[in-house]
Design a protein around this ligand. Structure first.
Ligand SMILES: C[S@@+](CC[C@H](N)C(=O)[O-])C[C@H]1O[C@@H](n2cnc3c(N)ncnc32)[C@H](O)[C@@H]1O
Length: 245
């Protein structure tokens, strides 16, 4: 049986806040029940599936320069936690996130992200910058720097339009669109193959999805695929796909 989790309405938004089982908040569309994170813990899922399984946490903790591409910025939770770890490890971070439907501060502030991060000043700085872009930022690239070593570029457009430069390769990809039945266009062989070519050799693409068809596609695109245990009290398995050559 699916547990009934507390919901909080957001004035003038089609989304509602859901309190997930670890106390952190996510967004859910009540009409379709499509959620931005797992109900069993938004924070636990983000830390485990993305920061830990991709190797990004480990790199940042020892000060290694790291580049990350996120497909689906969503609430910004994955991005903000990664910036926090980069600051903690004094590691240079270049973070790129693609988002078609960039959420405004009026919605994000209901997530209380400041209570999730050990360094709430990071959230405050991001919110101030994001608010300065207005409700509907123009399409294209927008760059926010928390400090000299930490750069975050938001590509505000459809991920299928993202131009991958040959010299722009990432150490990790947080692959976090909605599920294949919702965001079919981003789980195609063609798009996954573009993900493969934009990773550095040895880099990891990580995702919550362990769907058989997605696994087969990743293998066909040249990834070495491994199912890993999911977060505590969350999904049984999640996925890591590695570029070997
Ligand atoms: C599961 S949520 C991402 C959650 C996010 N990683 C976080 O930490 O909150 C999926 C996101 O993908 C975005 N998205 C869906 N289709 C897209 C597309 N074609 N191009 C770019 N972004 C897309 C959605 O707007 C949504 O914000």
């Amino acid at each position: 049986m699916v547990p009934k989790r507390p919901l909080i309405e957001i004035p003038e938004s089609s989304y509602v806040v859901q309190i997930t089982d670890d106390g952190s908040r996510t967004l859910i569309d009540p009409a379709s029940e499509v959620a931005f994170h797992s109900g069993s813990g938004a924070l636990a899922e983000t830390r485990h599936v993305y920061l830990k399984n991709s190797g990004v946490s480990e790199r940042l903790a020892c000060g290694k320069p790291t580049s990350v591409l996120e497909i689906g910025l969503g609430t910004g939770l994955g991005m903000l936690l990664t910036v926090e770890e980069a600051v903690g490890g004094s590691a240079p971070l270049e973070y790129h996130a693609i988002e078609i439907d960039w959420l405004p501060i009026e919605v994000l502030q209901h997530l209380r992200l400041q209570t999730v991060l050990g360094r709430p000043a990071i959230v405050d700085s991001y919110f101030t910058w994001r608010a300065g872009l207005g409700l509907m930022p123009t399409r294209g690239r927008h760059v926010w720097r928390f400090n000299e070593g930490t750069s975050v570029c938001i590509h505000h457009h459809d991920a299928r339009e993202f131009e991958f430069r040959d010299d722009e390769k990432f150490d990790a990809i947080y692959f976090d669109p909605f599920a294949p039945n919702v965001n079919h266009e981003l789980w195609t062989d063609a798009f996954l193959s573009r993900m493969h070519s934009t990773l550095r050799v040895g880099g990891h693409l990580v995702t919550y999805c362990v769907n058989r068809r997605v696994k087969d596609s990743l293998v066909a695109c040249g990834f070495e695929v491994k199912c890993l245990p999911g977060p505590l009290a969350g999904k049984r398995e999640v996925m890591r796909a590695t570029r070997r050559q």
